[in-house]
Design a protein around this ligand. Structure first.
Ligand code: ADP
Ligand code: MG
Length: 261
């Protein structure tokens, strides 16, 4: 169903007649229902990788599958939910009309969610705001609305590209908790791009650590922390160990300059 496999994938872009290797030979597996995080420095190819899983971009080499199908088929069947950093809601539509949009576009194709658009708005904590327009909602509320919209067609995977990157840290943490609650309720396979180490460890079952130039996978860190996750776990040894390991992967070539111990 929703297992994501990336098998020896590379992606090169042509810029001014020059070939730029954005992703080189990346392999990873995210099991059905798992929460995965992609972390790495700016420009290491996180968005490129996520966009290839979403079939927005195609790999130069290698293969990607979602369940048993190529991303192209899953996308055509409306099986991929994608959340961008910018909520990209239609400004002239109400929150409810925005959530309904995928159903109108799909016109009977794709799997309709068990919950109605109104129930989805309640699920993301926007009950009572169904008739508000995007401009009347805060950034966090707009992003919740985008999440509800992405769930309207019961996707197999939810892909999130720094979904709360534009929000302040407190709101971001609250949104992350909400996202985990929604993920647990829908049992969807989720893959989120972040550049916060703490956030990756707090959210994920598995963290894929990428390095830049060329973008490549340097470590996969399994996070062994009970769910539902709580803020107090951030002080637990398992949390601190996972943070150290991700940090070591990110700064592996600069261990002397960044001696974090
Ligand atoms: P990240 O999301 O990790 O910051 P990106 O995936 O956006 O990184 O970019 C990885 C590399 O690929 C960068 O060097 C970027 O300039 C290049 N790149 C990304 N998208 C394109 C594109 N559409 N055309 C050309 N180069 C691109
Ligand atoms: Mg990016």
């Amino acid at each position: 169903m929703g297992r994501v496999r990336v098998d020896r994938v590379s992606k090169a872009f042509e810029i001014d007649g020059r070939s730029v290797q954005a992703i080189q030979d990346v392999s990873l597996t995210l099991e059905e229902g798992e929460f995965g995080a992609l972390i790495g420095p700016s420009g290491c190819g996180k968005s490129t990788l996520l966009r290839m899983v979403a079939d927005i971009l195609q790999p130069t080499l290698g293969r990607i599958s979602i369940g048993d199908a190529p991303p192209e088929r899953v996308r055509r069947e409306h099986g991929i939910g994608f959340i961008f950093q910018d909520p990209s809601l239609l400004p002239w539509r109400t929150a409810l009309e925005n959530v309904r949009l995928p159903l109108e576009v799909a016109r009977g194709k794709g799997r309709v969610a068990d919950a109605t658009p109104l129930e989805l708005l309640e699920l993301v904590g926007l009950g009572g705001f169904e008739h508000a327009r995007p401009a009347q909602l805060s950034g966090g509320m707009q992003q919740r609305c985008a999440i509800a919209r992405s769930l309207a067609l019961k996707p197999k995977v939810l892909l999130l590209d720094e979904p709360f990157g534009a929000l302040d840290e407190i709101t971001r943490h609250r949104m992350n908790l909400e996202l985990l609650r929604i993920w647990a309720q829908t049992k969807i396979t989720a893959l989120m791009v972040t550049h916060s180490i703490q956030e990756a460890v707090f959210m994920a079952d598995k963290i894929f650590v990428l390095a830049a130039r060329p973008g490549r996978l340097v470590d996969t860190v399994t996070v062994d922390l009970a769910r539902p996750r709580r803020m107090s776990q951030m002080n637990e040894p398992a949390f601190i160990e996972a943070v150290k390991r991700v940090r070591a992967g990110l700064f592996h070539d600069q261990t002397e300059a960044f001696d974090y111990g």
